[in-house]
Every structure is written in structure tokens, then in C-alpha cells.
Write a protein that binds this ligand. Sequence first.
Ligand code: GRG
Length: 272
Amino acid sequence: MGIRQLLEKRKNLIDRKLGEILPKIDAPPKRLHQAMRYSVFSGGKRIRPVFVIESCLCCGGKIKDCLEAACAIELVHTFSLVHDDLPAMDDDDYRRGKLTCHKKFDEPTAILAGDALLALAFETLSKEKRLKIAIELVKELSGSIGSLGIAGGQCTDIEYGGKEKNSKILGYINTHKTGELIKASVKMGAIASGAGAKKVKQIGEFGMAIGEAFQIIDDILDNGDSVATLGKNGAVKKARLLTKSANNSLKGFKESADILRKISDYLIERKI
Ligand code: GRG
């Protein structure tokens, strides 16, 4: 199976599970549940949950071991996008070619939809019956989204909005705003497989490097901050170096990490 077909197959599985996890669209309060479903099913690529699944398989686990963790990551990702689009943040009217949540509904509903998606992510993780693994998953996810993770990256991004950023600040923003959740995705896949600390750490190094590359590629497509700081060629070069370094972190996994390597190569080639 080619990598595109694999991504499509995984996306279908994740979408089915997300459909089961989210409250029904006609459950009261309807408007809130409509907004949550609207935001989750508006065309996301599901890269992060795919990373959870492939990392779990790479470490010898099964899809059933990590499907809930994979969905929890996507719920957090959707929450972050709904809040990122709000007038107080990026103030965007469209995402993925569709009206943003606050434009389709209204601002209070979008704030609450984001809040409820975040809560649902942790409720979903709490379904894990292996208690030690459940605690590790919660630790990983909460650590990646707090003030030392995504929230910190977003705060710094806002602080420097419109100002020139040197490569150190840019690196901080890219690793925190985006790298942290991708790192958490692969680490959570490994944790759900029952892998030991060494493997979880190694795969986390892959996740952070590929996560930073992912943000740079996003900026190349959108003419964003990485291009402003590094120039187009510099940004392409940096994304390629990070992808190489990410794949190097997988050396110890030998051929069991082939799919992860193929996904990272696909992401860079597809987007640049
Ligand atoms: C504490 C989690 C948390 C959020 C609050 C609003 C906020 C702080 C953070 C926003 C961070 C942000 C918008 C990062 C951008 C990450 C990024 C590259 C998004 C695009 O990812 P894709 O291409 O999106 O995977 P799709 O559309 O495929 O889902």
C-alpha cells in the first residue's frame, strides 16, 4: 500500500472513532455539539493521530491499544485551531476553505466548543484501562499543551506578532506551538504500545524534529514566519535538515519504523 492510501485508510478509521466519541449532534445543547462536530469534521488531515497509530505499531503495539489516545490528540488539535482562529488570537474567517467556528456559529459558542473539545480529549484518555499507561498518557498530553508547551508557544507568537523574529525565537515558537503536540503524538503511541522509557524518548526526539519541520513547511506554504526569518531557501533547507535528523532518531527501530520515515518524507515532499 502506498503512503497516500495508508493515510486515507487511517483517516477513515480515526473519523469513525471520533464520530463515536463526540456527543450526538442533536444532544442538548445542540448548538454546542453542532459547533464541536463542525470543527472536528471540517477536513483536517489527521496527521497527529496517524503519528500516534504508526508510532504504536512501530513499537510493537496494536491499533486498539492507541485509538483513543489518537482521537484525544485530534480533539486537542481541533480545540487549538478553534481558539487560534478567534478574534482575540489570529482573527480568521476561514480555515480549510470553510467558515471558522466563531464565524459559522458565534464567539461564545466557539470558545465553549474549544473548551469542551479539550475536556473531551481527557475524558477519552480516561477510558484507558491500563492505569499506569493512562497516567503516562495524561502526563504526556497535559505537559505538551500547557504553558511550557503549546500555550507558551502561542503566547510568544502573539508577543512577537508583527515584529522581526531571530532564529532562536522562531525555533522556540515552532517547537512549542507545533512541535510539542506532534512529539506528544508519537510518544503517546509508544506509551500505549507498552514501550519502555528509552524507546519513548527516542521516538519523542523524532516527533519534535518532525514537528518543527512541519511548522516550517506550513510557513513555506503560507509565506509565514519561518520564511520571513530564514528566507524561502533557508526555510526549505532547515525543514530538510530537521526531517533528516528526525529520521536519524529512528535508527534503533530498524525497519519497524519504515512507515514513520515514509510519512516524514511524504510530508516534506508533498508540501514543498
Ligand atoms: C493549549 C492546545 C492549546 C491551545 C491554546 C490557540 C493556541 C493556544 C494554540 C494554537 C497553536 C497553533 C494554531 C498551531 C498551529 C499548528 C499547525 C501547523 C496547524 C496546522 O496543522 P495541520 O496542517 O492542520 O495538521 P489540519 O487542517 O490538517 O488539521
